[in-house]
Design a protein around this ligand. Structure first.
Ligand code: FES
Length: 109
């Protein structure tokens, strides 16, 4: 299957140590910059749907702003409980464009 990358932001829009929420094909995705490398996960926290893209990023871990569950944004796994995880997206940078490819589980039917 050919990957389908879409530009969601510019590199300068998301400084290192921060994240933001972007919309791609009707799906909300949380994008983070960890020391210049970008990672993207499903924005919806598996606890109760909190917006992970608005969470506080500490190293490679984001804390959900609603009830504090923590997720590794590189692996998508919940800290201390890998039974919970959020889907990860492929990310690439083309020039100044941050581009994301949705995994099949998140892509619209
Ligand atoms: S919705 Fe994320 S911790 Fe509750």
């Amino acid at each position: 299957m050919v990957s389908d990358f879409t530009t969601v932001a510019q590199v300068q829009d998301i400084p290192p140590g921060t994240g933001r929420t972007v919309e791609i094909k009707g799906v909300w995705i949380a994008v983070f910059n960890i020391e210049g490398t970008f990672y993207a996960i499903d924005n919806a926290c598996p606890h109760a749907g909190g917006p992970l893209g608005e969470g506080k990023l500490c190293g490679s871990v984001v804390e959900c702003p609603w009830h504090g569950w923590k997720f590794n944004v590189v692996t998508g796994q919940r800290e201390n409980n890998p039974n919970f995880e959020v889907p990860c997206c492929q990310v690439r940078v083309e020039g100044t464009h941050i581009q994301i490819s949705l995994p099949p589980g998140l892509a619209a039917p």
